[in-house]
Design a binder for this molecule. Structure first.
Ligand SMILES: *[C@@H]1O[C@H](CO)[C@@H](O)[C@H](O)[C@H]1NC(C)=O
Ligand SMILES: *[C@@H]1O[C@H](CO)[C@@H](O)[C@H](O)[C@H]1NC(C)=O
Ligand SMILES: *[C@@H]1O[C@H](CO)[C@@H](O)[C@H](O)[C@H]1NC(C)=O
Ligand SMILES: *[C@@H]1O[C@H](CO)[C@@H](O)[C@H](O)[C@H]1NC(C)=O
Ligand SMILES: *[C@@H]1O[C@H](CO)[C@@H](O)[C@H](O)[C@H]1NC(C)=O
Ligand SMILES: [Cu+2]
Length: 197
């Protein structure tokens, strides 16, 4: 009995060890990943932390180098993600999926961020907003926590988001009590309908 008890405890502990380091990220569309550009900006230690847990909160990224922009896309940079750029039209509905292995209740939004200045584009603010997201008190999360959609604004400035790397759809979630921030970014360009035709 002692042995099976010990191994049961060990199994629980190992489960906890695994799950403690898994919180959330965007799984579709393809979101920014790490690469050599992020190693240059943030350092190998920070990148190793993200590689170890792709759902890590900003606060747990180890020893980010000075100049690493963790508060933009968790430090991931465009140069590492040039082959992941999505093309959207104004008014297009973009389906997104997230994984949330561990919940921490708090606000979430997806907004268009100008990467040049890490500022939310006026027309792209709060394309979706949850005042209360990832509530661990719920037995099951609402389906829209992990599958939702945003609409590319119809009135997006004509000269905004024309160049790949300029704009990201940033998923932002803050676990209020946990004080943990999660970010994933989808690089995209907006083409007008005339350009498509
Ligand atoms: C999301 O996390 C998984 C690990 O669960 C990782 O494989 C994947 O690269 C991460 N994606 C992003 C966009 O961070
Ligand atoms: C987006 O999701 C909706 C609702 O789940 C679905 O009806 C639609 O086909 C999806 N669109 C794409 C392009 O996958
Ligand atoms: C929406 O997300 C941005 C980051 O893209 C964040 O700065 C802002 O506080 C969020 N808004 C709310 C209401 O949580
Ligand atoms: C941030 O940069 C974008 C793109 O260059 C620009 O449209 C926007 O006005 C800038 N916002 C601020 C607050 O500087
Ligand atoms: C998500 O779903 C819940 C329950 O189904 C609903 O009450 C809530 O308004 C939805 N939130 C958003 C932002 O769509
Ligand atoms: Cu946590």
């Amino acid at each position: 009995m002692k042995t099976s008890m010990t191994s049961a405890v060990a199994a629980v502990i190992s489960l906890l060890t695994v799950s403690v380091s898994a919180h959330g990220n965007i799984t579709s569309p393809p979101a920014r990943l790490t690469g050599p550009g992020m190693v240059s900006a943030c350092g190998q230690t920070a990148v190793d932390a993200v590689l170890k847990d792709g759902t890590i909160p900003l606060e747990d990224v180890t020893s980010p180098a000075v100049g690493c922009q963790l508060d933009l896309c968790r430090g991931a940079v465009f140069s590492d993600n040039q082959d992941r750029v999505q093309t959207y039209q104004p008014g297009q509905v973009v389906n997104m999926t997230a994984q949330i292995p561990i919940s921490h209740e708090g606000p979430m939004n997806v907004s268009i961020v100008s990467t040049a200045n890490n500022t939310i584009l006026a027309s792209g603010a709060n394309l979706i907003v949850f005042d209360s997201y990832a509530d661990e008190k719920l037995a099951v999360l609402p389906a829209n926590n992990t599958a939702f959609s945003v609409t590319i604004p119809i009135d997006i400035a004509e000269d905004a988001c024309l160049v790949a790397g300029d704009c990201v759809l940033q998923w932002f979630w803050f676990g209020t009590n946990a004080k943990q921030t999660y970010e994933s970014c989808v690089d995209f360009v907006v083409v007008s309908i005339d350009q498509v035709i």
